[in-house]
Ligand binder design. Sequence first.
Ligand SMILES: NC(=O)c1ccc[n+]([C@@H]2O[C@H](COP(=O)([O-])OP(=O)(O)OC[C@H]3O[C@@H](n4cnc5c(N)ncnc54)[C@H](OP(=O)(O)O)[C@@H]3O)[C@@H](O)[C@H]2O)c1
Length: 246
Amino acid sequence: MRRSSPQSLTETMIMDINGSVALVTGANRGIGMAFTEALLAHGAAKVYAGVRDLNAALNPRLTPLQLDVTDEGQVDAAARAAADVNIVVNNAGVIGGPSLMQGSLDGARREMEVNYLGTWAVSRAFAPVLAGNGGGALVNMLSVTSWVAHRRFPSYAASKSAQWSLTNAFRMALREQGTLVVGVHAGYVDTELAAEVDSPKIDAGDVAEAAMSGLLNDEPEVLVDEVTRNVRAALSGDLEILYANR
Ligand SMILES: NC(=O)c1ccc[n+]([C@@H]2O[C@H](COP(=O)([O-])OP(=O)(O)OC[C@H]3O[C@@H](n4cnc5c(N)ncnc54)[C@H](OP(=O)(O)O)[C@@H]3O)[C@@H](O)[C@H]2O)c1
């Protein structure tokens, strides 16, 4: 539920996580699992765990929900089954595209299917649900690569750029129904997705907690770590500087 702040009845809406009903996609591991734990810790009354495999081991406090975000039939069925939701977290994501110069483009297509089109399908299926439940919030798990290209993972970065653009479009489109749309950006996080990366990583729990703080403070954009904040700040500067050490 969202409630108006005492300062402004028209502009500032405050999100309540306590007592809310949330859905997290890709909830069985990684950042998605951390999101479910954070939502429960902040008092969510019910958390649907969107999973591709209903046999996945889950916290018994979660409500499992079959949800492959690339299957529009499943997405529509999920929106009907979880009609009490007022926080939707688009977390499901994959990496696995080719290098710039070699390899099948199928992996790049898959990244677009899951990261970009999956987010789109879930967002538009749940937009009326959120409207019917007081506006609520849509939280999209983005990345620092929404803003900066990556030599090693070019198609993953492009899919996160597309997902970022989509997030901004939904923010405009859902403004009138009072839905807070939050983009969460982070650098490397310690999950299976980044297992091959030999660089400093932050904890998935810290990402989820930063997102909770963003929700509670009505922030459209959550910059979880220093690398993300630095890249965001550098966007208005010289491209040569942004890409100097990459
Ligand atoms: N790890 C990082 O460094 C990092 C940094 C910034 C942003 N992110 C973003 O954070 C999100 C979560 O990533 P993660 O690091 O937690 O990855 P992860 O540990 O690999 O987990 C990915 C999750 O997405 C699910 N998933 C994959 N394809 C799906 C589909 N078609 N439909 C529904 N669920 C699907 C997986 O389910 P299965 O178990 O069934 O495969 C799994 O639950 C992604 O959007 C990613 O782009 C990650």
